[in-house]
Design a binder for this molecule. Structure first.
Ligand code: NCD
Length: 306
């Protein structure tokens, strides 16, 4: 594997191997001696969209593997003078960087860079347009594996919210299907559902109460107002009433059900604070697992033993 662009089409064995390795990293104390498998590698965070957890967790993961990390600041770069993404990438690659962590608003940006990349250069998609966010998909699967008390085949997963604009949901759907999940429920206002072709293997459920009833996993998503034309949602209050995950809705799910959100959260829009901060929230575990998954991915692509 030279690049990680999408989870679409990734075989179950490969997914499972990445999750197994990430689980080992998750259990390794950050203060313990680390594998150093990226010693001497220059990692560049090439982010053209805002990020808190993804960028910082890639950075921490790279440090833990002994890599050096450079952060590209799009707002203060020659991007403002009109330099293209391709030219920016080739420029940094010419400096000797070999592992590029890329976040971009355009679908297809990572694929395009992977075609330009030399044979020893690796591209990791860190969130691209609406299409894919593969490391988030992996960290979500790792989190489910840790919290759920049954295998993927037997799990009921409810994905509620702005699925249409969510690259996270798309990567989660690919991963859930590959791991054998048979009960994937998708619930959103009609204007925030993706095209039917993207929902194969899922059941679209209109009412949030019905979608979460007896579910094992409740995944809620940020309402992506920056990717949305006006008018797709009537009002934030009505959205919360219809699709917000609150304590009452959580009580409809299975007794051991847990709640996930990729962050950043709009509290009081898609999730109630009492749920987000409550005992059945897996949200901060998702964040912690982000470091472990990104270590596993970077090691698999560019590690000395890869
Ligand atoms: C997500 C993203 O940027 O795609 N955040 C993340 O990486 N955890 C989700 C979002 O922005 O809503």
């Amino acid at each position: 594997m030279q690049h990680l662009i999408s989870l679409e089409g990734m075989a179950r064995d490969r997914l499972t191997a990445l999750l197994d390795r990430a689980q080992q990293f998750a259990e390794l104390d950050a203060r313990a001696r680390q594998p150093d498998s990226l010693g001497g590698v220059h990692v560049v965070n090439l982010f053209f969209e805002p990020s808190t957890r993804t960028r910082l967790s890639f950075e921490i993961a790279a440090h833990r593997l002994g890599a050096s990390v450079v952060n590209f600041d799009a707002e203060r770069s020659s991007t403002l003078k009109g330099e293209t993404l391709a030219d920016t990438f080739l420029t940094v690659e010419a400096m000797g960087a070999r592992l590029f962590i890329v976040r971009h608003g355009d679908s297809g940006a990572c694929e395009m860079l992977s075609e330009l990349a030399g044979s020893g250069t690796h591209i990791v998609n860190a969130g691209e347009g609406r299409t894919a966010h593969p490391t988030q998909g992996l960290l979500d699967m790792l989190t489910i594996r840790q919290f759920a008390n049954r295998p993927f085949e037997a799990l009921s997963v409810a994905i509620v919210g702005d699925v249409r604009h969510s690259r996270v949901a798309r990567s989660d759907l690919h991963a859930l299907r590959a791991l054998g999940c048979r009960d994937i429920r998708v619930c959103a206002p009609a204007a925030l559902l993706p095209d039917a072709a993207e929902l194969h293997g899922c059941r679209v459920i209109e009412s949030t109460d019905d979608a979460v009833r007896d579910a094992d996993v409740l995944m809620t998503l940020r309402l992506q107002r920056e990717r949305m034309e006006d008018g797709l949602v009537d009002s934030l209050d009505s959205y919360y009433a219809d699709y917000g995950i609150d304590q009452r809705r959580l009580s409809l799910a299975r007794p051991n059900a847990f709640v996930m959100h990729p962050g950043p959260m709009n509290r009081g829009v898609e999730i109630e604070s009492a749920v987000a901060d409550g005992p059945r929230s897996a949200i901060l575990r998702q964040v912690a697992n982000g470091v472990a998954v990104r270590m596993a991915v970077m090691e698999a692509l560019a590690g000395r033993h890869a």
